[in-house]
Design a protein around this ligand. Structure first.
Ligand code: NCD
Length: 308
């Protein structure tokens, strides 16, 4: 029985198998329309979400399964003081697999310790977001055509952005990857990631504060929102929120085959005028998220060999 808490819980081979399955599903969705018949996915969301929760639900429905869950802590017994450990014990009686989002780092890990059914981390605080990572890997694999030898620019809130932490963790396994980390001084990646992942593995990276200067180097530009909900004081948020705004002008020196990714939601960091640039891939990325989650659900339920 497997959980997915950190992208590193999956071996490179397992990740590649999930991506390959996602591509098979994409090419032939009707073949998978009944694979999860009789199975239930519970979505336990203690924090707001649009794409992650609804794409999980769409994924399970597309597979012929059913869904149940709650979409805010207020509407669950967490508001009465119930612990994650107790809640997950109960959900084990109602569902076959769980996707959990929580504002506290480590909450899905705690849940997994008490669970007999697979627990998927759907985002834990400023820590990790492994299913966004699978989505991002699928997007790059489809659009860039490879995961090796990519120079990826991460821009925005690299301190609190869990999608960034998660994707860096997953990408260091692919040869020839380089990172350009573009952020204001206050929003640089956390020290643990720099030391334990980048420095320890000898991964080439640089930390800069000017997006335009590095634009020509990038194969992927991964934009992020400044994570308002993780700031301790509003003044800092207001000062930093519009540090980077990607517009058509800033893209002038970008490669023609560079793709712009963003986990969404977007606030101001990508001007709407960029949306019709052929390199803008963020809406396609959200669509890939359904296929990545379908492949993951099938895999964690042990149904990967079953086509109906
Ligand atoms: C991201 C998240 O929740 O971390 N959203 C998502 O899942 N697509 C990014 C964000 O909220 O900025």
């Amino acid at each position: 029985m497997r959980h997915l808490i950190n992208p590193m819980d999956l071996s490179t081979e397992e990740v590649n198998n999930i991506l390959a399955l996602a591509k098979k599903i994409m090419a032939n969705p009707e073949k998978y329309a009944h694979v999860c018949e009789g199975k239930k996915l519970a979505t336990l969301f203690y924090e707001p979400s649009t794409r992650t929760r609804l794409s999980f639900e769409a994924a399970m429905l597309n597979l012929g399964g059913k869904t149940l869950g709650f979409h805010s802590a207020d509407s669950s017994s967490a508001s009465k003081g119930e612990s994650v450990a107790d809640t997950i014990r109960i959900i084990n009686c109602y569902a076959d697999i769980v996707a959990m989002r929580h504002p506290k780092e480590g909450a899905p890990l705690v849940a997994s310790k008490y669970s007999r059914i697979p627990v998927i981390n759907a985002g834990d605080g400023g820590h990790m977001h492994p299913t966004q990572t699978l989505t991002d890997l699928l997007t790059m694999s489809e659009l860039n055509g490879r995961l090796e030898n990519l120079t990826i620019g991460f821009c925005g809130d690299l301190k609190f952005g869990r999608t960034v932490h998660s994707l860096i963790n997953a990408m260091v396994r692919y040869p020839g990857v380089k990172f350009v980390l573009i952020s204001p001084e206050e929003l640089k990646i956390p020290a643990y990631l720099r030391e334990e992942t980048l420095d320890a593995k000898g991964i080439p990276y640089k930390e800069v504060s000017n997006l335009e200067a590095v634009m020509p180097e990038l194969d992927v530009l991964y934009m992020t929102r400044v994570q308002k909900e993780r700031f301790f004081n509003e003044e800092d948020y207001i000062r930093l929120k519009d540090t980077f705004i990607l517009d058509k002008k800033k893209l002038e020196n970008a490669k023609q085959d560079m793709y712009i990714l963003h986990p969404l939601p977007r606030v101001n960091e990508i001007a709407v005028e960029v949306d019709d640039d052929p390199r803008a891939a963020y809406f396609r990325q959200a669509q890939f998220g359904v296929y990545a989650r379908m492949a993951l659900i099938i895999t964690l339920l042990g149904l990967a060999d079953k086509e109906v």
